[in-house]
Design a protein around this ligand. Structure first.
Ligand SMILES: [Mg+2]
Length: 177
């Protein structure tokens, strides 16, 4: 009834399983990230590892932007630590912040990749706009407030039995060999 709106284009266990060099080679030039449970556990600060991850992305050639439904006081310190563009109060699945992020990045729907952990906000917003995206498993499901835990139940029901391309570490390893 809703077509593919609630089906992620690709899935990955985590951001570490995504081969960003291959994504760059396939034409992507910017990555837009959700923060909570995509990059770190819900409400956790950016660590030195997170900062290194963003350095790695920049060394490949990527520009980055964070879009979060969370507020300035949560998002700005995080963005400062990883040295990324950011947008707060994004109201995903609204398409507005995805569009605004592309404007900041100077990229378009062909060369911008979105990475997020929630079906009903992150994936739905990207789908509505037609933006390429990867849905990652939540970093720490236990860190989530109850209303998000409830949405996870709905996600599981909506994705039950669906065949979705899952990026695996094996692909990454194969490339490194
Ligand atoms: Mg999230």
């Amino acid at each position: 009834m809703f077509g593919n709106l609630f089906i992620p284009e690709r899935q990955a266990d985590s951001i570490r399983d995504i081969d960003f060099t291959a994504e760059y080679e396939s034409g992507f030039r910017a990555v837009i990230f959700d923060i909570d449970n995509t990059l770190v556990p819900h409400d956790a600060p950016a660590t030195s590892e997170t900062a290194e991850f963003f350095l790695m992305l920049r060394s490949i050639g990527f520009k980055t932007c964070l879009i979060s439904n969370n507020h300035e006081e949560r998002v700005k310190p995080f963005a400062d630590t990883v040295d990324s563009l950011y947008l707060t109060d994004a109201k995903k699945p609204s398409r507005k912040s995805y569009r605004k992020a592309m404007k900041l990045l100077g990229t378009n729907l062909r060369n911008t990749l979105f990475v997020g952990d929630q079906l009903l906000t992150d994936v739905l917003g990207a789908r509505r706009l037609g933006m390429h995206h990867i849905m990652v498993d939540p970093v720490d499901p236990e860190s989530e407030p109850d209303h998000i835990k409830f949405k996870r139940v709905i996600e599981r029901i909506m994705l039950f039995g669906r065949k979705i391309k899952r990026i695996s570490k094996k692909d990454l390893k194969k490339r490194e060999e």
